[in-house]
Ligand binder design. Structure first.
Ligand code: PEP
Ligand code: MG
Length: 923
């Protein structure tokens, strides 16, 4: 029978850190810490398999689980020297969830289990601290009635009528009656009375008494944690994060330790490095005389952990380093030990109970993009991790964050700050203010950018946080829920802007006498924690960051796949170089006819298209030639020494025919024909299905003079550059090919023009290559024949996807979303390569191509060339390079490096060379 319970504590553990799937992240790490000798309160983990069983068997447990749990509990009792349910010496436990991937705050926890009307007497006698005991009891009643009796009981109260809220109202009433502000100011007697009030309220509201028996509480807690896996917010979070429902959560039952036993007790959350910046200093927050949830819930403003990381404006708050120096030192030692052991930044929870330090959790800390990059670079530099590990430490999305917009610092200088808070998520954002998560979603669906403003967020808000551009809260610290979630998602976020008075009901907040209402626009600088009224200009993310540069170098060291850019102008070419592209994989000739400075060449192109016969067309081409040549030359010059794949004219010609009367008149005049003739010629070019019509190589076959002009422009540009001592590497690429003879036809043209140009410049060879795009399934199928002529292939996966699926690339918006929603397709195949179908053609095309030309150079220039999963696929099938838009070049470099690291990890540890057996004394 499978084992369902794993114990830890007392310097030993039955599980370890590798068992996350079975024990969840928390359970696996508690076991690991216990084995490392880190002080961990004893406990045991009930496996995720039990959760799955529980879900499938009407919330019942596998046979024998009760006995196993009770045995494990007896072990905890032995280690802790207390007894569960014992009147004189009671053991209290917590029940916490822990899935294999952290889901902060999405599932339930019940603390102080085991406190009953009898055992509380024992706790009071033992601790001599009745106030503490009654406080623990009232927390248990609150949590238990909310989590076990209401939520797990399937009761769905109306908004604002939940039992937790009703009990909080009673607490507020009591504080008001006693004339105090803080919970901590209530006396033991007050709290005892409050517990009575709570119990009566629970019975009245939920129709059942709060259980007064320790084991009943324990099983209630265990069941509630398991059922919270299917709670509303956990399901929502799983949907957003793509976590499978089958994983389940483990339940950790662990001896309670208390941070709220007086002045020598405390609790805190810490990160081994700063999760928002990556700074290599121990970073965290703590509160004296408090329980863990107080720090995370943002109810009290927490104190800084140490002096070096103390945030501005916290000068009046004591750091743990100064308040409890010895314990801080011990904690800092554990920090070093854990980071060295796990070789990654850890997120720790600790509690100090009457001067003794306990670690309650360690897990890999969530971080934002800038922090991820910095930590990867610094950990690699200090030899804590190797290059392959470093590249796996940054997700493509995190890298993208560094390239994200920030508020223009110039504009910030003159703008007025209306509120300040903690910089929980860097970058800038502009949006209209909304006050509820549902509004954030609704507004975002209408295409509006929103900033979600809350007093503090809780897990019920995640869908709105996901939809918002940024999150702003008036309460909470850097470890508050809002900060953790925003960091995980790389969102701009400011927390704890204390001067703001948020009124969610009235959908407004006031700050320094100013009122900001729903729909008003704010600009947030999440890097500095500054809030501005109105919209400030933003500037694009910058790659001029030394950590970014160093990280990209590590990626380049690891990857084998080349990365080029799709660039159509000299300006794009320069940007491509800045982003680290090693060449241009697609220069779309037609782009010179759009945008800035294109008026004249476009006019000439139109003239060429609408000309009456070959002679007229040739005359127009002669006029166009110098423009095309100078464009090619500028790009080849910008990419000096690097390859530039220039694609001959691809789109159907009717795309260039003017529609406006003015343009038509101008053109008619210049061609000496009537406007009606223009219309007639335009109509003649009309096609029913232009995507599969007269385009690509077909243009070159019917109008060889059009190809010839372009080929001549490329070769003359290259010859002139070469003469000036430059290194041009043009690659002439023929698009939309389905048959090798089409290519042979154009290659013949190249040969002829090359002979002319070489002669003209007195050169033996003008550098160039001739190749083709593979973007029609027939080309992939006959790649072996095509490669006999083509010196290179570039997969045009936009068209290849279109032709393989038979989905019009311009019309998929009408049906692909439904396909994704219904699970027919996992994603839009135009953004993420369909590896199963289109990918099979790519793989086959490469293999067949290389069967006749083993050294065939292969790349991709469809949109997929900058999409991480597709880049990894390109690596796997043996391409030489990917090509994508300049802004996606860094992502492609990272994905290419990760492909190598993942490949190595899948292959397992490298085998050490076996030593030859030698006998002592013999050579
Ligand atoms: C392609 O089809 O993938 C491609 C790069 O060409 P275009 O998008 O210009 O058709
Ligand atoms: Mg194409």
């Amino acid at each position: 029978m499978a084992r369902h319970v794993y114990s830890f504590g007392g310097g030993k553990a039955e599980g370890n850190a590798t068992m996350k799937n079975l024990l969840g992240g928390k359970g696996a790490n508690l076991a690991e810490m216990a084995s490392l000798g880190v002080p961990v309160p004893a406990g045991f983990t009930i496996t995720t398999e039990v959760c799955t069983y529980f879900m499938l068997h009407k919330e019942t447990y596998p046979d024998g689980l009760r006995e196993t749990v009770h045995k494990a509990l007896a072990r905890v009792e032995k280690i802790m020297g207390t007894k569960f349910g014992d009147v004189a010496n009671p053991l209290l436990v917590s029940c916490r969830s822990g899935a294999r991937q952290s889901m902060p705050g999405m599932m339930e926890t019940v603390l102080n289990i085991g406190l009953t009307s009898k055992t509380i007497e024992g706790l009071i006698a033992k601790t001599q601290n009745p106030r503490f005991a009654w406080d623990a009891y009232r927390r248990l009643i609150t949590m238990y009635s909310d989590v076990v009796m209401e939520k797990a009981g399937g009761i769905e109260p109306k908004e604002g009528h939940g039992i937790r809220h009703q009990l909080e109202v009673e607490l507020d009433k009591m504080k008001k009656a006693r004339g105090v502000e803080q919970d901590t100011e209530l006396t033991a007697e007050d709290l005892e009375e409050l517990c009575g009030t709570y119990k009566a309220k629970v019975k009245k509201v939920l129709g059942k008494a709060f259980p007064d028996e320790a084991y009943e509480q324990l099983w209630g807690g265990i069941g509630a944690v398991f059922s919270s896996w299917n709670g509303k917010r956990a399901c929502e979070y799983r949907r957003i994060e793509g976590i499978p429902a089958e994983w389940g959560t483990a339940t950790n039952v662990q001896a309670m330790v208390f941070g709220n036993m007086g002045a020598s007790s405390a609790t805190g959350v810490a990160f081994t490095r700063n999760p928002a910046t990556g700074d290599n200093h121990f970073y965290g927050e703590w509160l004296p005389n408090a329980q863990g949830e107080d720090v995370v819930a943002g109810i009290r403003t927490p104190n800084p952990l140490n002096e070096v990381t103390r945030p501005e404006g916290t000068e009046h708050l004591p750091s743990l380093e100064t308040a409890m120096a010895k314990l801080y030192k011990q904690l800092a030692g554990i920090r070093n030990k854990l980071e060295k052991h796990y070789k990654d930044m850890q997120d720790l929870e600790f509690t100090i109970q009457e001067g003794k330090l306990w670690l309650l959790q360690t897990r890999t800390g969530k971080r934002n993009g800038p922090a991820a990059v910095r930590m990867a670079v610094e950990m690699h530099k200090s030899k804590l991790i190797d290059a392959a590990t470093a590249v796996m430490r940054v997700t493509p999305n995190q890298l993208d964050e560094l390239l994200h917009p920030i508020v223009d610092p110039k504009a910030e200088k003159t703008a007025t700050v209306i509120a300040k808070g903690l910089p929980a998520g860097p970058g800038g954002a502009v949006g209209q203010v909304v006050f509820t998560a549902d509004d954030a979603v609704a507004w975002a669906e209408k295409g509006k950018k929103v900033v979600l403003v809350r007093g503090e967020t809780n897990p019920e808000d995640v869908h709105g946080m996901n939809a918002a551009e940024a999150i702003l809260t008036s309460r909470g610290g850097m470890t508050s829920h809002a900060a953790l979630v925003a960091r995980a998602w790389g969102k701009c976020c400011i927390v704890g802007a204390g001067a703001m008075d948020v009124d969610v009901a009235k959908k407004r907040f006031t700050v320094d006498g100013k009122t900001v209402k729903e729909g008003d626009v704010l600009t947030l600088n999440g890097t500095k924690g500054l809030v501005y009224e109105g919209e400030l200009p933003m500037i694009e993310g910058s790659e001029e960051n030394p950590n970014f540069t160093a990280f990209m170098k590590v990626c380049d060291k690891v990857r084998r796949l080349g990365v080029r850019a799709n660039a159509d102008t000299p300006r794009d070419a320069e940007r491509a170089l800045e982003f680290g592209a090693k060449g241009i994989g697609l220069f779309r000739t037609e782009h010179m006819f759009y945008g800035e400075g294109s008026e004249e060449p476009l006019f000439l192109l139109r003239k060429m298209i609408l000309s009456g016969g070959v002679d007229e067309r040739k005359a127009a081409l002669d006029e166009l030639f110098p423009f095309v040549k100078s464009d090619m030359k500028a790009t080849l010059a910008a990419m000096n020494g690097l390859p530039v794949t220039i694609r001959l004219l691809d789109p159907p010609l009717h795309e260039f025919v003017p529609n406006s009367m003015d343009e038509r008149k101008k053109l008619a005049k210049s061609l000496g024909i009537k406007v009606a003739d223009i219309k007639a010629r335009a109509d003649a070019l009309h096609e029913t299905n232009p995507m599969m019509g007269h385009r690509g190589v077909r243009l070159g076959v019917t109008y060889p003079e059009v190809s010839e002009m372009q080929i001549r422009a490329i070769l003359e540009a290259a010859a002139e550059l070469k003469k000036k001592g430059k290194k041009p590497h043009p690659e002439i690429m023929i698009p939309v090919l389905g048959e090798v003879k089409e290519l042979a036809d154009q290659a013949e043209l190249v040969k002829r023009v090359h002979k002319d140009v070489a002669k003209k410049y007195g050169m033996r060879k003008v550098p160039h290559m001739v190749g083709t795009m593979i973007e029609i399934p027939r080309a992939a199928l006959l790649a072996n024949e095509i490669a006999e002529v083509a010196e290179f292939f570039s997969f045009g996966t936009n068209d290849l996807t279109q032709m393989t699926f038979g989905f019009s690339r311009d019309d998929v918006g009408g049906f692909v979303p439904d396909y994704i929603e219904k699970g027919i397709l996992p994603a839009d195949p135009f953004s993420i390569l369909d590896q199963k179908g289109v990918g099979e053609l790519v793989d086959m095309g490469i293999q067949r191509g290389r069967s006749t030309r083993p050294k065939l150079k292969v790349g991709i220039c469809g949109e997929h060339g900058g999409e991480p999963a597709s880049v990894k696929f390109c690596h796997k099938v043996g391409m030489n390079y990917v090509s994508c838009s300049p802004f996606r070049v860094p992502i492609a470099r990272l994905a290419a490096a990760q492909a190598v690291a993942e490949e190595a990890a899948a292959a397992g540890p490298a085998k050490k060379p076996r030593k030859k057996a030698t006998k002592k004394g013999k050579k």
